[in-house]
Ligand binder design. Structure first.
Ligand SMILES: Nc1nc2c(c(=O)[nH]1)N[C@H]1C(S)=C(S)[C@@H](COP(=O)(O)O)O[C@H]1N2
Ligand SMILES: [Mo]
Length: 326
């Protein structure tokens, strides 16, 4: 059977429809006088967010067209493995938290973009996705610092589109990202020795790299809660802990953010955290990794196999150890 392959830049019919639904919703809000003066207020969309939350709809547009530029060197991990073996400390420190994560309410989901930007914004996740221009699917490798790995089809949006939307001021150097904080729902957040909420960060240069991705889906569907619904970060050349889940805030700043794991243990979890087989974790080797669903170990690749795309980001950073791990 001949299947017409969509080019990566072609927008899918799904997304066109979704955009129309979204635009109608805006029209509806406008007709009710809710959207009226929002833009002239200090924070654009404030009145939409407080009143509009009730109208929010989940992110749609799945499956999104696959961007064939991103290929894998290994089989795709079974969906069951990737959705039942997850790290999400908000719901507990074991890998088996997928049931506990179902308590998270992800619709509506308000996201704040603030800090060193032209106009601060507060808007629901689906609206943010629509404003960034729709989604695509990419096959990426994923490497946890604990030396397990997977290969999965993410749906999402290139992170550069967030930067374009936010219009950072010239002094901004980093994006600080933050996960929700709700210990009533996420019982792991009652463990007071962790520095909640989970925080991560990237330099704006990194965010502009083509691989940096805001994930909204996995296996052609919206993200499962345990995988970080409704939107998370995906940085395939870095250790998985950089891929912060269930993001509620993007702050543009001139100060390097201190990540959750870095704050807990800076000797073991550095800010840059680029995958490197030659720099061992203080407590284990990083030379090999185990693919989820298998007991075999395969060699770890420098920058998780994405050296060609990302090495320019770190070439002037000095000491190898600092540049590749810390
Ligand atoms: N908010 C939050 N984000 C998080 C984590 C977490 O505990 N909390 N764990 C990280 C780690 S260590 C990894 S390996 C990836 C795992 O993503 P996955 O469970 O979807 O495979 O999420 C990262 N993002
Ligand atoms: Mo991880």
């Amino acid at each position: 059977m001949l299947i017409k392959q969509k080019k990566s830049w072609e927008i899918s019919e799904n997304e066109v429809t979704d955009y129309a639904v979204w635009a109608n919703r805006r029209e509806f809000l406008k007709s009710m006088g809710i959207l009226g003066g929002a833009v002239s207020a200090g924070i654009a969309g404030t009145s939409l967010s407080s009143l509009g939350a009730a109208f929010a709809a989940p992110i749609t547009g799945f499956p999104a067209p696959r961007n064939e530029a991103y290929q894998l060197d290994r089989p795709i991990t079974l969906e069951d493995e990737a959705t039942t073996y997850t790290n999400f400390y908000e719901f507990g420190s074991s890998k088996n938290i997928w049931r506990a994560a179902q308590r998270l309410e992800t619709d509506p989901w308000m996201v704040t973009i603030d800090g060193m930007v032209d106009t601060e914004m507060r808007l629901d996740a689906a609206e943010l996705v629509a404003k960034m221009g729709g989604q695509e699917e990419r096959l990426y490798r994923h490497r946890c610092v604990e030396a397990w790995a997977m290969a999965v089809p993410w749906t999402g949006i290139q992170m550069s589109k967030l930067v374009e939307l936010a219009q950072p001021t010239s002094g901004a150097k980093y994006i600080r990202m933050e996960t929700f904080h709700d210990p009533d729902i996420a019982l792991g957040q009652r463990q007071s020795w962790y520095p909640w909420p989970y925080v991560e960060g990237v330099s704006i240069e990194e965010a502009m790299n083509e691989l940096a991705f805001i994930g909204t889906g996995l296996y052609g569907k919206g993200l499962e809660k345990q995988n970080g619904a409704p939107l998370r970060c995906v940085l395939p050349w870095k250790y998985g802990f950089k891929g912060i889940k269930s993001i509620v805030k993007f702050t543009f700043t001139d100060e390097r953010p201190v990540s959750f794991w870095e704050q807990l243990n800076p000797k073991e979890y550095g800010f840059w955290a680029n995958v490197n087989p030659e720099i061992d974790h203080p407590r284990w080797s990083q030379a090999t990794e185990r693919m989820l669903g298998s007991n075999d170990r395969v060699p770890t690749l420098l920058y998780n196999g994405y050296e060609e795309q990302v090495s320019y980001l770190y070439k002037d950073m000095g000491d190898l150890k600092d540049r590749l791990f810390r």
